[in-house]
Design a protein. Structure first.
Lengths: 114, 112
């Protein structure tokens, strides 16, 4: 099992460009999450999906859109990138009956917006 | 508003020493308290977790101490090793709520 995979690992964008961050998990998990991590700010939830076909806003959703394509895949789209979106983005998934609410994280995407 | 407050922001410990990281929360409905460990360039990974019906949980060198009346919980790393150098996050959630409320993290450096 690969666990949670994310592509790309690194990306540089110019202000106003768009891009989609891809995330996939092979653990048959229902819940999936997108976080951003900035120095001194911890992990902030952007969007999450409790199950296929459902998505909900997290703490910092402005400037982002998501698609839960199927049970495996959850993508994050930046329609018009801004320098404030420079960050490390993590995707995570959670087991359906996890007794400990454990979230499994991908390796992250480092995004720089110039 | 930070619902889970974590301290210190950074910590330097000598090899063999005890590392202690503290978290405090306000919401008494929280009933699950995990600690995650993150190495540079990697995603966080669950280290240890506790529910409020116990006051302490130990896994190897890592121990969570939980004080329900004070609404505080802490991570103790005994015999700290350079390989423990990482960022540690506390978090909390309610029931089967799928969202975790995260602390801001503590950067731990263990000197050899």
């Amino acid at each position: 099992n690969a666990g949670v995979t994310q592509t790309p690992k690194f990306q540089v964008l110019k202000t106003g460009q768009s891009m989609t961050l891809q995330c996939a998990q092979d653990m048959n998990h229902n819940s999936m999450y997108w976080y951003r991590q900035d120095p001194g700010m911890g992990l902030r939830l952007i969007y999450y999906s409790a199950s296929e076909g459902t998505t909900d806003k997290g703490e910092v959703p402005n400037g982002y859109n998501v698609s839960r394509l199927n049970k495996r895949e959850f993508s994050l789209r930046l329609e018009s990138a801004a320098p404030s979106q420079t960050s490390v983005y993590f995707c995570a998934s959670r087991a359906p009956d996890s007794a400990f609410n454990e979230q499994f994280f991908g390796p992250g995407t480092r995004l720089t917006v110039l | 508003q930070q619902q889970v407050k974590q301290s210190p922001q950074s910590l330097i410990v000598q090899k063999g020493g005890i590392s202690i990281i503290n978290c405090a929360y306000e919401n008494t409905a929280f009933d699950y308290f995990p600690w995650y460990q993150q190495f540079p360039g990697k995603g966080p990974a669950l280290l240890i977790a506790i529910r409020p019906d116990v006051s302490e949980k130990k896994e190897g060198r890592f121990t969570i101490s939980f004080n329900k009346s004070a609404k505080q919980f802490s991570l103790h790393i005994m015999d700290s090793q350079p390989g423990d150098s990482a960022t540690y996050f506390c978090a909390a959630s309610v029931g089967n709520n799928r969202k975790l409320i995260w602390g801001l993290g503590t950067s731990l450096a263990v000197n050899p």
